[in-house]
Every structure is written in C-alpha cells, then in structure tokens.
Ligand binder design. Structure first.
Ligand code: SF4
Length: 215
C-alpha cells in the first residue's frame, strides 16, 4: 500500500469508521437484490418507502417471478424507470426460481447472469449478504476515487480491479459506504466543499481548488 493510499484510508476510517451496513432495507437476500435494482437513478430513501409495502405484497422469489407486469409497475412507479425495472425484477426472479432453487447465488458469474444485475449490484449482494469483500463502484466511488488520486482508471470495472490492487482487503466493503457518505455531504458532484473537507491535505484535486482560490 502506498503512503498516499494509507493516509487517505486512515482519514476516512477516522471520520466514518469501517462501517459496512447497507442503507437499503431488507431482511431476505433476494430483497436486497431487488432493492438494489430499484435504486438505479433513485434515492435509497425512496426505495425504502416503496419496498416497505412491496415486500409484503410479494413475499418471496416465486411471487415476484409470477407478478403481473402492470401491477408490479404500479407498485414501483415512484422509483423511476419502472417499466424496465419491473421487467428485470420478474425475469431475475424467474431465473432464480427456475435455475437457482429460489436462492440468491454468491458468485459474480451467477449473479451477473440475472436480468438487471451488473457487477455493481452483484458486489452489493456479495458484500452484504455473503460478507465477501467486494468493491462497489457507483457514481460516488467513480468520481471521488479519481479526485483523491486513488485511481487513474475511468471505467467502473477497471476502477474496481485497480482499487482491489491498491486497497487492503479489509477496506474493500467499507470504501463504498465511506465515499458515498463523503459524496453526499462534502464532496458533492456540483459543489465539493474542499475548504471544509477532512481530506483536504491529502487530496490532489482539493489542493488544486484551494490553491486557485487563494490566488
Ligand atoms: S478535498 Fe475536495 S475534491 Fe478532495 S475529497 Fe475533499 S471535497 Fe472532494
């Protein structure tokens, strides 16, 4: 691990701790899978409101697999992209029912064979359901890992593999939640608050912003 990576993760750990609890509500593994599919282009808070009733209406994988498309669309409408998400959920659960004995698999290959499930969603499930160290590259991780100089890669899959090389394995699952928290509060996409940021002294992008502001 380089000195720079060590400094960054020590500051993140000090500020946020090594927490790994997801912000999506679920009790069964397939519920986290469905909640993560719903969370694309939607807030976790909105997804949690929708899934509160959704998981009562459709209590298991089979009931999602057999759901009426327009009824499911109505139930998830407020999450946005409801038609595509409803199709993915029905197809995903039909495959889980038919080929996986109503159980969510743990391998990346099996998870990404499911409709609507890419590496990001697969890694969310692996992290939280199976406790397999995994790096979830979402929009916050993509943006902030670059700003912090943790990676020069720009594609999510390359970022994931690069960060796996650079970060200690016991930080793989936490880095996503730490950077999401940072991205929602301080290092926002539109207006990063570098002058208030606890990473200011170790962040190349932050240093540049501050030196421009002081000229
Ligand atoms: S110093 Fe600025 S750019 Fe760097 S992580 Fe903090 S807010 Fe983001």
């Amino acid at each position: 691990m380089t000195k720079h990576v060590k400094e960054v993760i020590e500051l993140l750990d000090h500020e946020y701790g090594l927490f790994t609890e997801p912000t999506l509500d679920y009790t069964q593994p397939h519920e986290l899978l469905i909640a993560t599919i719903l969370s694309a282009q939607c807030t976790d808070a909105r997804v949690n409101i929708v899934t509160k009733d959704l998981f009562k209406t459709y209590p298991d994988i089979k009931s999602f697999a057999e759901a009426d498309l327009s009824e499911l669309e109505d139930a998830i409408r407020t999450c946005g992209f409801y038609h595509a998400k409803a199709v993915h959920i029905i197809e995903c659960c039909a495959r889980l029912h038919e080929y996986f004995n109503d159980e969510v698999p743990s391998s990346i290959e099996d998870l990404t064979s499911l409709s609507g499930v890419g590496r990001k969603t697969a890694n969310v499930v692996r992290t939280h359901v199976f406790h397999i160290p995994s790096i979830v590259v979402d929009t916050h991780v993509k943006r902030i890992s670059s700003k912090l100089g943790l990676t020069r890669e720009t594609e999510p899959v390359k970022i994931e593999f690069d960060l796996m090389k650079k970060l200690p394995e016991d930080h793989w699952s936490a880095i996503n939640l730490q950077l999401i928290t940072l991205g929602r509060t301080i290092c926002t996409a539109r207006n990063p608050k570098c002058s208030e940021c606890f990473l200011q002294k170790v962040c190349p992008a932050g240093k540049k912003v501050l030196s421009k502001a002081s000229k």
